[in-house]
Write a protein that binds this ligand. Structure first.
Ligand code: 0A1
Ligand code: ZN
Length: 886
């Protein structure tokens, strides 16, 4: 914890390292009261240093230095300087071996960075700057070294000893044993990993495209052995996909995954030894929902894909984080789209982007995809770096089209293999293969904020010309008042009166577009702040379908009327835009209700919205996963994000009215749809069955939220008879959000009784209550935090209760008396003393205080000020709070 104000690090200050570490030999002796780490660093001056300074500054945090040797000679304390974060040595030879012996205490490590304990094992998390909690090192990603790692521990407690690469030697003495690992690939220390524990594993193998056999293992605690097969299958599918789509082959003889229960994030791509939050890898149909299955498949793929996009080619500095994360998210999204429904995957990703990333981009922590400064890098593992970064790569993919994009990625991987590079290097490869100039495009990396596209149109029946007038702007964001225009691919289709796509011909000299004349979708290229595009041969006034498949991460304004939206919902050939038309319709209906309520007026719910829902429910041919998305009512977070000022009560009342109205008008249809889907859905794990279950449970939830009493009996029965967790949990959620409180309470009790031994199922049980308007009042939340299965040391539990309450429970978190805010503040302060990364993430909902109506805004601000005044606040929390209050 820091007393003084943390320092800001700037991209513009980047300098190459003065020293390089060619080889790193590590030796870990693990004990019950601590660990001794001996590291031998083979160091030399960097011949390419910007301006060589003969001062070696090694990073180190909370280390006890036991010995320091230079070329075998022990150094006296007056031969080096040591402070809380640095070990400094001067007047060094050109090349030398530094031996560092440190004593660390994994047992007392509650921040879960560096080496720590989870259950009965030792494990590590080094990204971004955790390695400095293990030993003194040049903890920066552009210092790449070869590693050997010897782990020694008590044999009976820790029969499994793992690190990166391949095991090359092992031995025993007395009750202790050791294993030596060698990683042939140079890597930055953030990719280092170690695991020691009493683990079991499932094993499989994969033959790569060049015919090499790779041994695959997933290590778990013994009770979880029956939850590994899905991750293993996902891994093999990912390996095949990366060979087929990117030509990328795995490079070691072993690929290991370990599941740990205490983990700050989802998973980590350590070279050859991926470490996963158990919730992101373990699954079986009895204990895991279909969404969990899909999430696991995507995360396994994501971490595996990092082996090339991240590990073989890594980041020069942490400002380049999106180089690996944006690209890898794009890769995993395409993988999931290929495995399941492309449109549904796109809908899910865009929904996340629009609710969460847009909010981030409009808030006090707004930053470019490539940030230009930070205080604590852990705060920049954000939706902007990951999801918006992926959208930026997607736009490059669109601009190049698949073949050229693949050429560009081949060039990138071959040119920079084994190097630490920048997002500019990545874009340069795409420029080189395509001959396009991406100078303007690169503003997507350097400018923050969500661009707004305002489109109007004009049809001229006489000339058969249709003109789109496009304006772009981007609101000011912290540190960036003025923005330059972006290069935006805007995918357009034009529907004729019967709902068919018209062939598109762009008038020459009116801007450019990808594709060819006659195509049904064209990506017009918006580059100016105001620009017009003219289509010729348009024989009737069309309905435009704009931003198809969400071709750019922008807010789009076009004055659609509700009839046009229902028309697009039925006929747009772009699945994403069919769904989006429904969203736009719903949001416009909600806004009408909200605005009326604020003026003290009463308006009726537009019948066209209810009708549109009815049409979806009557659709017997559509893809069920897609229909499940189409019937979803926009969440409070989306409505809040789109509002200028958030009036919580008005939004909640509008939602209640809409739910009641759906209940009153559509219950019968929902019931019969539910019954029909229930009879068909079964328990198989294929995409079709998952779609059926998703749609069925969406219908059940709408019935429950609409107050239909029938939903209670149906949900109870579904819960009793469920053969999958999707059905069991879907029913529980419907009861918890339904009209019968007693039924909900007894279902929660039964569920607890049945599943209390399964930590991951219990996380779901905690979060369904924490999110509930009915069951998540503050006293219930407090009771959850006192529950014997809750632990403040376990990030998943904290997220399930406190994170869910702050992020999703709009009714009780935003209680008008400020009690929800106070409660969150207390938890943030408590967590900050234990695990600053978690504390910092819990802060997010409070940082949105400026958008709320005045009373709530003031209450939230007051809590932030209290946190700010808390002595010893971590750098993580300090950065978020101080920027929020600015
Ligand atoms: N690179 C990982 C994410 C990750 C980042 C930080 C962590 O600890 C602080 C852990 C994981 C990924 O993208 O999956
Ligand atoms: Zn990643």
């Amino acid at each position: 914890m820091k007393e003084s104000q943390p320092r800001t690090i700037y991209l513009k200050d980047y300098r190459k390292p003065d020293f390089l570490i060619d080889a790193t030999d590590l030796n870990f002796q693990l004990y019950e009261d601590g660990a001794r780490v001996t590291s031998q660093l083979h160091i030399r001056r960097n011949p390419d240093a910007d301006a060589f300074r003969d001062v070696l500054e090694l990073d180190g945090v909370e280390l006890q230095l036991e010995r320091l040797l230079l070329d075998g000679r022990t150094l006296n304390p007056d031969e080096y300087q040591l402070d809380d974060e640095t070990l400094r040595l001067e007047r060094l030879p050109k090349q030398f071996v530094l031996t560092v012996v440190t004593w660390i205490k994994p047992q007392e490590n509650t921040c879960l960075e560096g080496l720590y304990r989870s259950s009965s094992m030792f494990c590590t998390q080094c990204e971004a700057e955790g390695f400095r909690r293990i030993t003194y090192y040049l903890d920066r990603p552009d210092v790449m070294s070869s590693f050997t790692t010897t782990i020694e521990a008590e044999k009976s407690r820790y029969p499994v000893l793992l690190s990166n690469g391949n095991p090359v030697a092992s031995g025993e003495s007395g009750d202790r044993h050791w294993v030596k690992w060698e990683d042939p690939f140079k890597k930055p220390c953030y990719l280092f990993a170690l695991v020691a524990g009493d683990l079991e594993w499932v094993e499989d193998s994969f033959t790569t495209m060049s015919g090499r056999e790779v041994q695959l293992r997933i290590y778990v605690e013994p009770q979880d052995l029956n939850k590994c097969s899905h991750a293993m299958d996902s891994l093999k599918r990912s390996m095949t996909w990366d060979e087929e789509v990117y030509g990328r082959e795995y490079d070691l003889d072993i690929f290991n995954i370990v599941a740990v229960s205490d983990f700050n994030m989802g998973a980590m791509e350590n070279k050859g030894l991926n470490i996963f939050n158990s919730s992101c890898v373990l699954a079986n149909p009895e204990t895991s929902t279909d969404s969990a299955f899909q999430r696991i498949e995507a995360i396994v793929a994501h971490e595996y894909f990092h082996n090339w996009s991240g590990n073989r080619v890594t980041c020069r500095d942490w400002f380049q984080l999106s180089l690996k994360e944006g690209f890898t998210v794009f890769r995993d999204a395409e993988f999931s789209a290929d495995m399941h429904s492309r449109a549904v995957k796109r809908i899910e990703d865009v929904a996340l982007l629009r609710t969460m990333q847009f909010a981030e981009d409009a808030g006090p922590m707004s930053h470019p995809v490539r940030p230009d400064s930070y205080m604590e890098i852990s705060n920049f593992y954000t939706l902007t770096v990951y999801e918006k970064g992926s959208e930026v790569v997607r736009m490059l993919h669109t601009l190049l089209e698949p073949e050229k994009f693949r050429e560009g990625s081949d060039l990138y991987f071959s040119r920079f293999d084994g190097q630490a590079v920048t997002t500019d290097d990545f874009v340069a490869c795409m420029e080189e293969v395509s001959g396009q100039d991406f100078t303007q495009f690169k503003r997507w990396y350097s400018q923050s904020g969500t661009p707004v596209l305002t489109v109007t149109d004009h049809y001229d029946a006489e000339t058969s010309e249709y003109r789109l007038d496009v304006k772009q702007s981007c609101p000011p964001t912290p540190g960036q008042q003025e923005k330059q225009p972006f290069q935006i691919p805007l995918a357009v289709g034009l529907l004729d009166g019967s709902g068919k796509d018209m062939p598109l011909t762009l008038k020459a000299g009116q801007g450019d577009a990808s594709g060819a004349d006659g195509d049904l979708t064209r990506n017009i290229l918006v580059r100016e702040s105001e620009q017009s595009f003219v289509f010729t041969g348009v024989t009737e006034k069309p309905t435009p379908s704009l931003l198809r498949s969400f071709s750019a991460p922008v807010r789009l304004n076009y004055p659609y009327d509700r009839n046009q939206l229902t028309f697009l919902m039925s006929f747009d050939s772009d699945g994403f835009n069919r769904w989006d038309a429904g969203q736009k319709l719903a949001v416009s209906v909600f806004n009408e209700l909200i605005n009326a309520e604020l003026k003290g007026e009463q308006v009726d719910i537009d019948e066209r919205y209810i009708d549109a829902m009815r049409q979806v429910l009557l659709d017997d041919k559509g893809d069920h996963a897609m229909l499940a998305k189409m019937v979803q009512v926009p969440g409070v977070s989306l409505l809040a994000e789109q509002a200028e000022v958030v009036h919580v009560d008005a939004i909640l009342n509008a939602r209640q009215r809409v739910h009641e109205r759906i209940g009153a008008s559509l219950s019968e249809l929902l019931l019969s749809k539910y019954r029909q889907l229930h009879a068909q859905s079964g328990n198989a794990l294929d995409s079709v069955s998952m779609g059926l279950r998703a749609y069925k449970n969406a219908c059940l939830m709408l019935l429950a939220q609409g107050g239909a009493q029938e939903s209670v009996a149906l949900a109870k029965l579904q819960m009793q008879q469920a053969q999958t967790m999707t059905d069991e949990f879907g029913a529980l959620a419907a009861l918890v959000n339904g009209p019968d409180i007693e039924a909900a309470q007894s279902a929660l009790a039964d569920f607890l009784c049945k599943w209390k031994k399964d930590q991951l199922v219990m996380e779901q049980w905690f979060s369904v209550q924490a999110a509930s308007e009915r069951h998540g009042a503050l006293d219930s939340i407090q009771a959850l935090t006192a529950h014997e299965l809750f632990s403040e040391r376990n990030p998943n539990k904290v997220r399930s209760v406190i994170g869910t309450f702050g992020g999703q429970n709009w009714r009780h978190f935003h209680a008008a008396d400020g009690s929800g805010y106070r409660f969150l503040r207390e938890w943030i302060i408590k967590m900050d003393g234990l695990n600053p990364q978690i504390a910092s993430r819990l802060l997010t909902p409070l940082t949105r205080w400026r958008k709320l109506e005045p009373q709530r805004s003031a209450l939230m601000q007051k809590e932030l000020q209290e946190i700010m005044a808390h002595p010893g606040l971590s750098r993580d929390a300090y950065e978020v709070v101080s920027k929020s209050l600015k």
